[in-house]
Design a protein around this ligand. Structure first.
Ligand code: 26M
Length: 824
């Protein structure tokens, strides 16, 4: 029995209407006579927001007075999606809002669809941060997120003539969920020089001066927890010209343009999210973003700590900072700089505080994604930080030298500075050295980082510095919100919605695997979700798909390592097979719909080529009379969080088919299984743990294992390898121009045929299509199929992000939840 702090929920639809209408007429200054869906959304959002802010203020006050350790989650990405449905779930009273909106002549679903996604992230890493915020609040942890308030989120994707076109995502023109804090600002310095002198006490002092100042302004977003009044804070920084920087002297003397240019340059820092996923490009503006955000956040955290008047050695007992990948690594030299240059601590004391404060999560082993910044760029932009990094490196290398005097080679390998031309700062090493714990995001991945990129560091620090926290997802959004009927069905059997707080309770569903009525309803829900997706596809692509067909879905960022090319080659293979069959043979086939979705980084040509091929194949297959309903192939435009909420509940099979050892975890695999779909996957990332939990008989695994990848790659170059004839037939069809001009796809095919097939498409192809044949057979036996689906759902409890957060809290942060009822 919990209660929101806020005194007055909308207990009736009349109360809701009154509040919504008041906001439409006064806050939005709209007449009710021209109240469209946009205005109705605004009024609804503001009415719910009012209920949230009371809890939010109380939570913040409670946390301030509680004097307990807090968690700060630093992430350059928070892929939040929409907020209204989530707010309604957490404030409750969705029913009165629905009835009230109906009175006003609106459908709840249409109103929810008015909201733009907060798309401040690329993919898995950003969505993980959003799930973690949800779990932190739901579990009552005193925690803040810190990020950047991008004016443009990830671009909107349009498909024009089969090609991806990027449209800017200007999302902020109406955002009722943020609160500007014009009084919470931090001046951030760039460039300049370092002056050293010896003070009266004989101490060396460094002063970073003559830089350019940009101002950071805080924007706060409330993060409500589920079934608790705890409402945490996400603080996003926006950049603007420092006061005085917008030069009135210049302005008045007619140099209007250059004074405006200064302002624009400052605002550019938080203007746009870099749209790369797992690719690092070393751009100066990106480094500026990173420092701007780290420095503002650290200043804010230190300011809050200093109000407590505690000794500096207490800092790590008051503050845990988690680094979401290496993007916030500058927070490490920044805290060291604050402690030694500004607070006057000795190096060793400061460094021990720094190490105890930070934890670092690694999300990838792909070499092209590992962050490195050139030393000259660093020297130019952050001269004092470069000195501190050199000092950190010196202390570290001296330590290594003392402990491994015989291994001189090791020094070069583990140095934070890569001795290349130009020299580079290796951010992952800095993050690791500056943290007390390093974690990977699934068991295989956490093992791999210990044997590959961080091998030497395991020798240096011992294995205990490294740990695993397997990723998870929030069941509030990814079950209850995305699939309300399934959530309701589960609640009806489990006696309420407690499973949304403790997902392991799902195991009780195994008692219903053979329950006829339950199975029937489970199937009906899946079918209804497929009908909904089919409608979306009809509306957006103009393609009619049969909801009784097997829906085979791969939605995620487009990347060669994720192997959408393997999937589309499989579709072509299926198409050619159908074409070669007699009408009688065709009748025995199970109809399929292959559904793709995902964005390609704008500069990633191979990924764009894959999108083009999917669309080209769709154009042929979907219009071939011989094929009819047996096969459809569609690319769903602009995959994002709100589209995922429609797509994920509608799968029969989803594809998680990365080259073994390349996908750190994957999280959509968890979402699909939780929603009653089965998966085809490689032995990679969290697929392995999903298999362990749900049972081998409930998953379709295929392909080579990660331990064999290196040898297979080697073999492509040093032994003549012959293609599977079925893959050859696919390539021949492409080369014959059956999907349009073959030249457009030659790089894709040649990457496999001539350039070493780095992602092992040819090695896994046979096993992949054979496994799809098994899927066809399995799907024909609907009774056994449904049993697999229900059993899998029942065994997914482990993959709640609530479990992850409890693990981080215990193993890395050493923080406890803070009871929200404790009075300040
Ligand atoms: C780098 C440079 C410039 C701009 C952007 C980047 C960048 C952005 C995102 C680099 C890496 C990024 O993310 C990596 C990522 O998303 N990793 C994924 O993390 C998920 C959550 O842990 C895992 O489930 C995925 O397997 C992993 O690929």
């Amino acid at each position: 029995a919990w209660q929101k702090f806020s005194a007055e929920p909308f207990n009736t639809k009349e109360q809701f209407e009154q509040e919504a209408v008041r906001h439409i007429e006064t806050t939005l200054a709209r007449s009710l006579y021209n109240c469209d869906e946009g205005a109705a959304y605004g009024g609804t959002a503001l009415a719910f927001r009012d209920r949230m802010v009371i809890d939010w203020n109380r939570t913040q006050q409670n946390q301030t007075f509680a004097d307990q350790k807090r968690v700060y989650y630093l992430s350059l990405e928070f892929l939040m999606g929409r907020a209204l449905d989530n707010a309604m779930l957490n404030v409750q009273q969705k029913d009165s809002a629905k009835a009230g909106l109906a009175d006003l002549g609106f459908r709840m679903e249409d109103i929810i669809n008015q909201e733009r996604d907060a798309a401040l992230g690329n993919g898995g890493l950003g969505r993980l941060a959003a799930c973690f915020l949800d779990s932190l609040a739901s579990l009552n942890y005193p925690a803040w997120g810190y990020g950047l308030r991008y004016r443009y989120g990830i671009f909107k994707q349009e498909i024009i003539d089969g090609y991806q076109v990027e449209i800017p995502d200007y999302w902020l023109d109406f955002n009722p969920w943020e609160f500007p804090r014009h009084d919470v600002t931090v001046d951030i310095q760039f460039f300049g020089n370092v002056r050293k002198y010896v003070d009266d006490s004989g101490k060396q002092v460094s002063v970073w001066e003559n830089g350019e100042i940009v101002q950071a302004v805080a924007y706060d977003v409330p993060i409500p927890g589920y079934a608790t009044p705890t409402t945490n804070n996400l603080r996003l920084w926006s950049s603007k010209a420092a006061s005085g920087e917008f030069d009135f002297q210049k302005f008045n003397s007619g140099e209007y343009e250059s004074s405006v240019a200064d302002q624009q340059r400052a605002e550019t820092i938080s203007a746009v999210l870099y749209p790369n996923d797992n690719l690092e490009r070393g751009k100066e503006l990106r480094l500026k973003q990173q420092y701007f955000w780290c420095a503002a956040s650290l200043f804010d955290i230190v300011r809050r700590f200093k109000k407590s008047k505690k000794a500096w050695k207490e800092f790590p007992n008051a503050v845990a900072i988690q680094l979401n990948d290496t993007h916030p690594t500058l927070a490490i030299p920044e805290l060291q700089r604050i402690l030694i240059d500004q607070e006057g601590l000795e190096w060793d004391e400061a460094w021990s505080i720094v190490q105890k404060t930070f934890g670092y999560t690694n999300h990838t082993v792909l070499p092209e994604a590992l962050e490195k910044w050139s030393v000259p760029l660093f020297q130019h932009l952050l001269p004092r930080h470069l000195q501190i990094i050199y000092d950190i490196n010196l202390h570290f290398l001296q330590y290594v030298e003392r402990n491994f005097p015989k291994d001189r080679e090791m020094l070069g390998r583990v140095s934070i500075i890569e001795e290349s031309q130009p020299k580079m700062v290796r951010m992952a090493y800095l993050a690791l050295i500056g943290s007390h714990k390093v974690n990977g995001v699934a068991e295989l991945h956490s093992d791999l980082i210990k044997t590959t990129i961080f091998k030497d560091f395991v020798k240096i620090y011992g294995p205990d510095k490294f740990t695993n926290v397997t990723n998870g997802i929030t069941p509030r959004r990814w079950l209850h919100q995305a699939n309300p009927r399934l959530s309701e069905l589960i609640a009806s059997k489990l006696g309420g919605y407690d499973f949304l707080k403790d997902l392991t309770l799902l195991h009780k569903l195994e008692n219903y695997v053979d329950d006829k009525a339950f199975r029937k309803e489970f199937q009906e829900i899946k079918f209804a979700n497929k009908v909904r997706l089919a409608k979306h596809i009809k509306d957006t692509n103009g393609v009619s798909v049969n909801p009784a067909a097997l829906f085979d879905i791969q939605v995620k960022r487009i990347h060669e390592y994720k192997r959408q090319q393997l999937n589309i080659f499989g579709v072509i293979h299926r198409y050619l097979t159908i074409k070669s069959m007699s009408p009688e043979e065709r009748k025995k086939l199970a109809p399929r719909v292959s559904i793709f979705g995902g964005k390609a980084a704008p500069g990633y040509w191979m990924a764009k080529t894959i999108i083009h091929l999917v669309n080209a194949v769709g154009a042929v297959v979907n219009n071939d009379k011989d094929v009819g309903d047996l096969l459809k192939c569609v690319f769903v435009e602009d995959y994002n969080v709100s589209k995922a909420e429609i797509i994920v509940p509608a799968s029969d099979i989803s594809e998680h088919i990365s080259t073994a050892g390349t996908e750190a975890s994957g999280t959509s695999n968890m979402k699909f299984v939780l929603n009653g779909g089965l998966i085809i996957g490689t032995c990679d990332g969290a697929n392995i743990e999903i298999t362990r939990e749900i049972g081998e008989e409930n998953i379709f695994l295929f392909g080579n294992l990660s331990e064999d990848v290196e040898d297979l790659r080697h073999a492509h170059f040093y032994s003549k390898f012959e293609f599977d004839p079925q893959l050859q037939r696919v390539f021949d069809a492409i080369k014959e121009g059956r999907f349009g001009d073959a030249g457009q796809f030659s790089a894709l095919v040649n990457g496999i045929v001539e350039h070493g097939d780095y992602y092992l498409v040819s090695d896994d192809f046979k096993s992949y299509i054979d496994t799809h044949t098994l899927i066809d057979e399995a799907y024909k036996d609907q009774e056994s199929w449904v049993s697999k689906c229900i059993t899998s759902v029942a065994r997914m409890g482990f993959f709640s992000s609530d479990r992850c957060i409890d693990e981080y809290a215990e193993m890395i942060w050493n923080v406890e939840p803070l009871s929200p009822t404790k009075k300040a």
